[in-house]
Design a protein around this ligand. Structure first.
Ligand code: 3HC
Length: 313
């Protein structure tokens, strides 16, 4: 097929809400854009295991430990689906991991903040998974088939994660005064970093225009952030907690809350690698990667042997 004809087929698929599949022709920029976003997303899932993993051995009950363990394990699975979806675009797991470990690829800014108390585990489930779902529901209808299918499964699991976090916050907010203070302190520290998860304001988002044009993203960073604020303020009110924003006010004209922006300089600093925990997170991933070298070598040797046997048969 000529390139012009292939381009027309690609565009008509987008216009008709059909999926682009791995063997379909696609513009090189579209492929690169997807590799960037999906691999960053995969890295976020895997690095996101670290702040919560930190609390598995200190969970306050056996039930809480089991639930947290299952949640952290789910995140590892999400990373796996997403790395696999990115591989269908012609990149390799090694290339993606190398980009993460050498600081060339980003992962979500949120995971560079420390988890200081058990209430932080509640705040992560409630706010961080809540923000992730807000963003990811639209990604279930993203234009690239393998990404969309991965997101459908991920969203089902993320909904449990959000409930797990809100359950912890509910227990603490309706518990002793000390527990309620811990819940409030966690909300104070995680609120603005959660707003940063949606990315920079639309006016400063270099990738949004193309992402919307190609139906990779269906809504903009600011639209999703606004929806998250509207939903989360109601949940905080139910818990009797105060969102740490004195400018927060219902605005009937926009049918949503007016709210204060996070500190965008802090955001830029964190994504450049200068957040509180950036170095710790990458060191932990590097150590896990090095410790896993023998597993990768064994898996490769096993698969080579299987291939030799099937060729000989
Ligand atoms: N953290 C780190 N980097 C961020 C960021 C954030 N919160 N928000 C934006 N950026 C980066 C972008 O990657 C881009 O950098 P690059 O061009 O070098 O790759 C730059 O800042 C400009 O941002 P844009 O708005 O132009 O970029 P995007 O259009 O890609 O939008 C996004 C950013 C909303 C994060 C989008 O990439 C996206 O929807 N990604 C898929 C979802 C995702 O990655 N979620 C991670 C959340 S954590 C998670 O899912 C784990 C769960 O278990 C909680």
């Amino acid at each position: 097929m000529e390139t012009n004809e292939a381009q027309a087929v690609f565009e008509s698929k987008l216009a008709n809400n059909e999926y682009i599949e791995p063997k379909d022709w696609m513009p090189e920029d579209y492929r690169k854009h997807l590799i960037r976003q999906i691999s960053q997303h995969a890295h976020s899932e895997v690095v996101g295991m670290l702040p919560e993993g930190n609390w598995i051995s200190r969970a306050p009950s056996l039930r809480a430990k089991l639930v947290l363990l299952a949640k952290v394990q789910d995140e590892g699975g999400h990373g796996l689906y997403l790395y696999t979806a990115a591989e269908t675009l012609g990149t390799s797991r090694d290339e993606m991991l190398d980009a993460l470990l050498t600081g060339k690829a980003k992962y979500s800014s949120i995971f560079n903040y420390p988890t200081l108390t058990w209430a932080d585990i509640g705040a992560i489930g409630w706010l961080v998974d809540g923000a992730a779902i807000m963003n990811q529901v639209m990604l279930q209808r993203t234009s690239y088939g393998p990404y969309s299918r991965a997101m459908i499964r991920i969203c089902k699991e993320e909904s449990f994660h959000q409930r797990q976090g809100y359950e912890i916050m509910t227990r603490m907010a309706f518990g002793s005064p000390e527990q309620k203070d811990m819940a409030q302190d966690a909300l104070n520290r995680w609120w603005y970093p959660s707003l940063m998860m949606f990315g920079p304001p639309d006016t400063e988002s270099p990738n949004s225009e193309k992402a919307i044009k190609w139906r990779i993203k269906r809504e903009t960073n600011d639209q999703l952030r606004q929806r998250f604020v509207n939903q989360t303020v109601v949940q905080a009110t139910y818990l009797g907690l105060k969102v740490p924003d004195d400018k927060l006010k219902w605005n009937p004209e926009k049918d949503g809350y007016d709210y204060s922006d996070p500190d965008w300089n802090e955001f830029k600093n964190v994504i450049k690698g200068h957040g509180i925990c950036n170095r710790e997170r990458i060191n932990a991933r590097q150590k896990a990667h090095d410790n896993g070298a023998w597993v990768r070598a064994a898996a490769n040797a096993y698969s080579q042997k299987q291939n030799q046997q099937s060729e000989a048969a």
